[in-house]
Design a protein around this ligand. Sequence first.
Ligand code: AGP
Length: 652
Amino acid sequence: MAYPIPLVAAGAGEPWPPELVRAPTARSRRLADMCGIVGYVGRAADGKALDVVLEGLARLEYRGYDSAGVALLDGDHVETRKKSGKLANLRADIEAHPLPASATGIGHTRWATHGGPTDENAHPHRGGEDGRLALIHNGIIENFHALKGELLASGVRFTSETDTEVVAHLLAAAYDEVGDLTEAMRGVVSGLAGAFTLLAIHADQPGVVVGARRNSPLVVGLGDGATYLGSDVAAFIGHTRRALELGQDQIVTITPEGATITDFDGTPAQGRAYEVTWDAAAAEKGGYATFMEKEIHDQPHAVRDTLLGRTDSDGRLVLDELRISEEQLRSIERIVVVACGTAAYAGMTAKYAIEHWTRIPVEVALAHEFRYSDPVVGARTLVVSISQSGETMDTLMAVKHARELGAMTISVCNTHGSTIPRESDAVLYTHAGPEIAVASTKAFLAQITACYVLGLYLAQLRGGSYADDAQSVMKELGEVPDKIEALLGRMDRVHEIARFMADTRSVLFLGRHVGYPVAMEGALKLKELAYIHAEGFAAGELKHGPIALIEPGQPVFVVVPSPTSEHGLHGKVVSNIQEIRARGARTLVIAEDGDDDVVPFADEVIRIPATAPLLAPLLAVVPLQVFALWLSTAKGLDVDQPRNLAKSVTVE
Ligand code: AGP
């Protein structure tokens, strides 16, 4: 078959030009999470596909562990095996029922986004009546509902609830038309919306794996007589360090000789070649030293993916996973948010926005207090639980109690199929991907984002002054990921401040309005990561007591509202900074670009991009996360697994 461009043949050991051997950059490191993807093609007789794919999946399992599966080309047919649960379940099944040796294979570990973590929903998915095609997918196909409707109408039978199976059937149909997997992929991807990395094999084309990517990473590994694909280099780092990173909207065809890359429109393209300088352990963290650092840098992705698929073609909000009738939602008279820790601070932040947009009173209760406070809730109360793990016992007990009292319950959760969503009337999933570090970062931003989407949806549904503004606010929310990305590129000074303050014994955090929960979250990060006494206050509370804590040299972070905030909040906080500076505090001020009012009273000014005041927490918290990370690192502490803490608190 004639390839559009010369194969990028695997270099037989000649040195790569130095400019191509580069350390990981923020771009090359930033990885979509959600699922682990591996592809392999070796020379016909090598029979290594299963071992290579399973090894790659093991290195990627931290990216998703709801289920795992493999597909292999075996002569003239495709063998697939997939199991829910951890990779060990799949390995045990293969141990009991061996798969054939093969030189071509793909594999997948899943972080569920559409459809629960079951065997049927596990990838790979087969396409077509004859099942001669297998497909794996990372991401979210936003328009899968419409595509599935067309396929069902044409008589296609589905075996899963996933968006991926829709693509598998489309690809099989396209292959039957054109007789070439690369061209079939080209025909299908142009009709997909959302974020995706796709890998496919077909029984008619042994020795070939075809991949495609949009808004979700895919890297090629170039070996000697073998070629690899992965959602990140961890998939193949045990076999080669020679990598090609694909760009947006590109298709790659790999054979044992190398890789051919084109744009979706068929234009020949070259991947970004580089040599991986990370070791295998670092590769799992995307080249970062800790999962927390990786997850902080993945926050633009977490916010972007949580926003994906929330509006229809007219820009109106659609929350099709919300299983509460519009009539019931219109009847809500009060909202109570129940959560713990960082999730509770996400709820406190969302309170300001949801009340502003919907005029529904919102109360935020710590779940463990709510459960035993003899709460006043009823049929017209909406109880919104927020939980990354979906397993926090305090929050689960609060949800159960709320339901016993007749309240409607919605779970904002990051873990598909976990207990709290199952115990709720409805769920709004965040799409932050697996959060491994105990200290929550990207889940926090995704929780705020999801709560804002819920608030805007309620405003749109119930009418009133903000019904029309929902779309413009969603547009502003859509601009936040790029602002976070830009902000992450200018954290060097925060890193220096953290190193300089490694021996500090107490830090205070001040904020007003939506900045108040940000101050609380900044204090919590420092407590749990650096084991330092840290306390967050509402800035207006200072003169009612806490100002007595101020003494010369006391470090105080101050989260300053946007100068465009209403009610003169900005000026009030600048006055607070003056008050503490006059008493010797060391003021570390987080302020918008261009806000010069703070400069005369700040020992340090940490700038964040300007944004709508209600969206500012999605930016203001980032320097506080980075500060806690680097201060913990400077103290030589375990950033990902701080003492005394667990990622999910499953006891009351
Ligand atoms: C945050 O950094 C902590 N890990 C902790 O406060 C956490 O947010 C809290 O335990 C709630 O966990 P959940 O979101 O899984 O329910």
